[in-house]
Design a binder for this molecule. Structure first.
Ligand SMILES: [Fe+2]
Ligand SMILES: [Fe+2]
Length: 473
């Protein structure tokens, strides 16, 4: 493992100092990246001192270094996780199981691998673009800091993927790296690759749902790539996962704090709508919207691309290396799923290798059930009977075997007419979005929070809640 070089123009532990061709290519890309950050990163607050953590190494604890940083001065670096001690250096799954890990891209896998890397890479700048206006309506300094932390780290994730493109894909990789700075979230002519990353994120409830559900898709995609037989990809994504965990907690705790605030008001007999807080029915609709949009990110349940990515050893199952699956080749097994056939559900069998997206989606869904159960415990603690429902994997899908079919949020098939009639009960309307938008007020006083959200239980890095997390100049 190469030591961490923090003084280089681009901090890294990938030995850029001894790799002049790639170093020059990346130093050429760096000003374009900074230009993109200036144009499409957080609007304003460029002069503010933000209490950020910066990755300065990959060892235990050493990678999270806290201090005040102006965002444009953040040190975006390239870090690969250390190889796991004692872990077998062989491919864990697919047709090549047991063969040594690849340190170069095998020719026949080149296109597929490039597509996997580019698709992952594209989500990173996309989310920064989606969130760029939110600083102006941050409900507290602590939340504002969390937003900016997520933003700079998504920027670093882009760096991680761009390094792979430059290092392993030659001039194609360089072209892809340029394109990543050219596409724009929500742009009609040159949109981001995946649909959920083109949806607007205009308010903080959306931001929290996005980080709870959409970043969580990212976690599962990264986890599947972290099993990869292509070692540089596996170790890049392993390190990204350590940062991603923070994004997920921002989302999970964020929605949880909104639920808590609403529950407190309801317990006191106060109508949340009368005091600029967010009623439960709107929270439910947001959860439904963003969870289902995130289900689609997993791709089709029955997918030959997914089968190929598994067979070649590029993308594994969740926790593939932990020995929880009975056959690392996933042959001669079927995956069962229920699909609407007229007004009832019928069983469909998919050969397991073709069902890799469905399998990953199931692991994701179980994780989402856990966070929703936590929000529901908060409601129960306030003696509120209503529960938040995590929608069925069949509901509101545009992609895969349920795409375009009509189900209710519990997954029961229904006619298109009834679905269209009841849809406004389930998904946010323009009026709902407008209502939430009206609740958004910026709170810049230390330790104070907007009325629609409860303070968190703890501060960042053991600092108090009323710490000056952003010094706005
Ligand atoms: Fe990311
Ligand atoms: Fe993230």
């Amino acid at each position: 493992m190469t030591a961490v070089d923090l003084n280089a123009k681009i901090p890294n532990n990938v030995g850029l100092a001894d790799d002049p061709v790639i170093r020059r290519a990346l130093e050429h890309w760096q000003p374009k990246y900074l230009e993109w950050w200036k144009d499409m990163g957080p609007s304003d607050y460029k002069e503010s001192d933000v209490y950020l953590r910066t990755a300065v190494g990959v060892g235990k604890g050493g990678w999270a270094n806290f201090g005040y940083v102006k965002m444009p001065d953040y040190r975006w670096g390239i870090f690969l996780a250390e190889p796991e001690e004692g872990a077998p250096q062989t491919v864990k799954f697919g047709d090549h199981v047991g063969e040594p890990l690849w340190t170069q891209v095998p020719g026949e896998m080149r296109n597929m691998l490039r597509r996997l890397v580019v698709t992952q890479a594209d989500t990173e700048p996309a989310s920064v673009e989606q969130q760029r206006m939110l600083g102006h309506t941050a409900p507290s300094l602590l939340d504002m800091r969390n937003l900016f932390q997520v933003n700079v780290e998504e920027g670093r994730h882009l760096w991680a993927m761009v390094y792979l493109l430059h290092k392993y894909f030659g001039s194609d990789g360089r072209d892809e790296a340029e394109e990543l700075l050219r596409r724009r979230s929500g742009n009609e002519d040159n949109p981001r690759i995946l649909q959920a990353f083109n949806k607007p994120v205009r308010d903080w409830l959306t931001f929290f749902c996005f980080t709870a559900f959409t970043d969580r898709d990212g976690k599962y995609q990264l986890a599947a790539l972290a099993e990869s037989g292509f070692d540089p990809l596996a170790r890049s994504t392993q390190f990204m996962l350590t940062e991603e965990a923070h994004h997920l907690s921002v989302g999970e705790n964020g929605v949880g704090r909104v639920v808590q605030r609403t529950a407190e008001l309801m317990k006191q007999g106060v109508d949340p709508r009368k005091v600029g807080a967010i009623p439960l029915d709107i929270i439910q609709k947001y959860v439904t919207e963003w969870s289902t949009a995130s289900y689609d990110l997993f791709g089709g349940e029955d997918s030959s691309n997914a089968a190929d990515a598994f067979a070649t050893g590029l993308k594994g199952r969740y926790r593939e290396g932990d020995g929880i699956y009975k056959d690392p080749r996933a042959l001669n097994q079927q995956y069962e799923v229920q699909v609407a056939e007229g007004d009832h559900l019928a069983k469909v069998e998919i050969p397991l290798r073709r069902a890799m997206n469905a399998l990953l989606l199931d692991a994701y869904h179980a994780d989402c059930q856990r966070i929703v159960a936590r929000w529901n415990r908060t409601l129960a603690e306030h003696q509120i009977d209503t529960k938040i429902l995590l929608p069925s994997l069949r509901f509101n899908r545009n992609i895969g075997i349920h795409g375009g079919k009509s189900y209710d949020p519990s997954g029961n098939p229904m006619s298109r007419e009834e679905y269209d009639r009841r849809r406004p009960d389930w998904l946010p309307s323009e009026a709902d979005y407008r209502y939430v938008q009206n609740c958004m007020v910026q709170v810049k006083e230390r330790g104070k929070f907007a009325n629609w959200i409860a303070p968190p239980h703890v501060g960042i890095n053991e600092q108090p809640i009323d710490f000056e997390y952003v010094k706005i100049h």
